[in-house]
Ligand binder design. Structure first.
Ligand SMILES: NC(=O)C1=CN([C@@H]2O[C@H](COP(=O)(O)OP(=O)(O)OC[C@H]3O[C@@H](n4cnc5c(N)ncnc54)[C@H](O)[C@@H]3O)[C@@H](O)[C@H]2O)C=CC1
Ligand SMILES: O=C(O)[C@@H]1CCC=N1
Length: 268
């Protein structure tokens, strides 16, 4: 597409997203501009991705058709007030901040500025992200398709009502952390069994990757897939019984609940 894409903030998420946009050749690198307050980070990102960087957030919004706000939630208000009068005509603001609601964006932007709430996750770094975009009637079909094509460069995208965003943050935005913890714990168990640590991480990660692919590609219920692994009087059912005894599933359900609660609490 022939549009300019801007980033405010050059941290983890911005780098994940810009890397995917460039890899997918969605726009040429000269159509990407990014700002950050840290000079060394700007320099690194500019060199790595061959894009224009600046210390001036206003320069980004003056130039960009799509602006991705990749800053921490606590600086949103400051940055929105800084940029709101300089946004390009028809420029669209994509907010990825956890707990930043559409009503907060509306309140801190000028009337007529278009914005949308998006929640990505870090697997975007390897093109396997899972993003949600909040339903809105603010955009033309072309604009909404362009938003989806940006998000689809780094994985899958679901369009959901905004009230589901806190739950989505818990099951997708934050969930890579829980999966990494499980991989780490599986590897610890393997080391206990005499498998070298480096191999253990590969084995555990590939088992998680393969299992996730089975859910996505077979369409079978996760419980049916689990049942297929459990041979009668075999090894797996002992592990399943142990996990149930130790509250594995309820621990995860509770983690998702407290995470969504925190996202709601952060919502302004
Ligand atoms: N890390 C994650 O897994 C996910 C993060 N998010 C959201 O993405 C946003 C960014 O998160 P990360 O990339 O992890 O944070 P980060 O801390 O890696 O990046 C934020 C960047 O913003 C820069 N910055 C701070 N103040 C600024 C200002 N006034 N103007 C321009 N740049 C400024 C910082 O120097 C930093 O490089 C957050 O709002 C977070 O809620 C959303 C989904 C997943
Ligand atoms: O922990 C956080 O606040 C962010 C939002 C989703 C993932 N990381």
């Amino acid at each position: 597409m022939d549009k300019i894409i801007g980033f405010i903030g050059c941290g983890n998420m911005a780098q994940a997203i810009m890397g995917s946009i460039i890899k997918a050749k969605l726009v040429p690198t000269e159509n990407i501009i990014a700002s950050d307050v840290i000079p060394s980070l700007r320099e690194m990102v500019s060199e790595k991705h061959n894009i224009r960087t600046t210390m001036d957030n206003k320069e980004v919004v003056r130039a960009a058709d799509y602006v991705i706000l990749a800053i921490k939630p606590n600086v949103y208000e400051l940055v929105l007030n800084e940029i709101k009068d300089y946004i390009k005509e028809n420029g669209i603001i994509l907010s990825i901040g956890a707990g930043i609601s559409s009503s907060f964006l509306k309140k801190n932007l000028n009337e007529g500025t278009k914005y949308v709430k998006v929640m990505p996750n870090t697997p975007a770094l390897v093109g396997e992200g899972m993003s949600a975009v909040a339903m809105t009637d603010m955009f033309s079909k072309e604009e909404f398709n362009e938003i989806l094509s940006i998000l689809n460069t780094f994985g899958r995208t679901e369009v959901i009502p905004e009230y589901q965003m806190d739950g989505f943050t818990a099951i997708s935005g934050s969930s890579p952390a829980y999966v990494f913890m499980m991989i780490e714990a599986m590897a610890d168990g393997a080391v206990l069994e005499g498998i070298p640590r480096v191999q253990a991480y590969t084995i555990a990660a590939q088992a998680v990757l393969g299992s996730a692919k089975m859910v996505l590609e077979t369409g079978l219920h996760p419980a049916a897939l689990k049942d297929n692994v459990c041979s009668p009087a075999g090894t797996t059912i002992d592990a399943v019984a142990s996990l149930e005894e130790n509250g594995f599933r309820s621990a995860i359900i509770e983690a998702i609940r407290v995470c969504a609660d925190k996202s709601r609490e952060m919502s302004k």
